[in-house]
Ligand binder design. Sequence first.
Ligand code: SF4
Length: 341
Amino acid sequence: MQKTELRNYTRDELEAIVKKSGGNKADSFSLFECLYRQEIKDFKDIKGINLKVVKAIETNYSLNALKVCAKQESKKDKTQKLLLALADGKKTETVIIPSGHGYSACISSQAGCACGCAFCATGKIGFKRDLTVSEITGQYMAAKKASGGELNNIIFMGMGEPFLNFDNLIKSINILTDHKGFAFPQTKITISTCGIAPKIKALADSGLRVNLAVSIVAADTKLRNKLMPVNRKFPLPVVIEAVKYYNKITGKQVFFEYILFDGINDRAEDALTFYDLIKDTDCKVNLIVYNTVKDIKLKPPQDVKAKLFQKILVDKGIRTYQRREKGADISAACGQLAGEA
Ligand code: SF4
């Protein structure tokens, strides 16, 4: 019988497992703390629970830490990229970015991605599979270690579209934020989506109050269809309607991300079309200067154009930041992850 990974379960689910194995609620608290406070690697390290109960759990469940099989560090900005081996031999990547007084972890939700965005290395390799809950929270544990315990932001923006692995994403966030475990603040977690509109609404209804970032990239329908094929399934008006719903239910601002490409979407009129699209939402904008990707012909914009684009939005009253991506020299920046070190 194939054993299931014990870190795939939330605290409530663990309680049911412990009870079925002959333990009680207090045992399930102890187990949860062992898994996420002590970060134990072996069943023999479980403390505070009757040995018979531990043995019964071990019969049906496994405890495997993710293996870091390669690590690169940027010489320019100290960004680290971890290549992680999954149990079935597939790989995923996690990026640890210095930010302010600590680090941000860019965590993957899938191996590969089915969305096929024209500018993205992950999109080029296609979809392999969804990551399990333990593979998602395991990345957090690996990133925390690599950051020397100084991790203060989590961004679901690595490989894959987080909302296409919605149930595992929500479970992972529930585990990461559980006060009996890592107690990571919801306010320091951001989910970045390419615009899976129904799941934007589902996140609003989930009761979680994390941050949401929506990647727009082009406000013109024809251009967005080309750059982000997901637009054919969830067109911009549907995405904007979902964002307004998110604003209303959560009371939170949404970040719109707009990657600038030279001569494609960086003109003044593109900025005005973008403004028209988002003007009735409660939002901030992150402008991202494109990072070149091998075998993709798109280029970063001229500096002067990026500045003008930003000025147009700022003059219209939209808080707009320009993000210079870190880790580009080790292919760890936005859109560059391809599952290889
Ligand atoms: S940008 Fe995100 S959603 Fe688009 S292909 Fe890349 S990983 Fe997938």
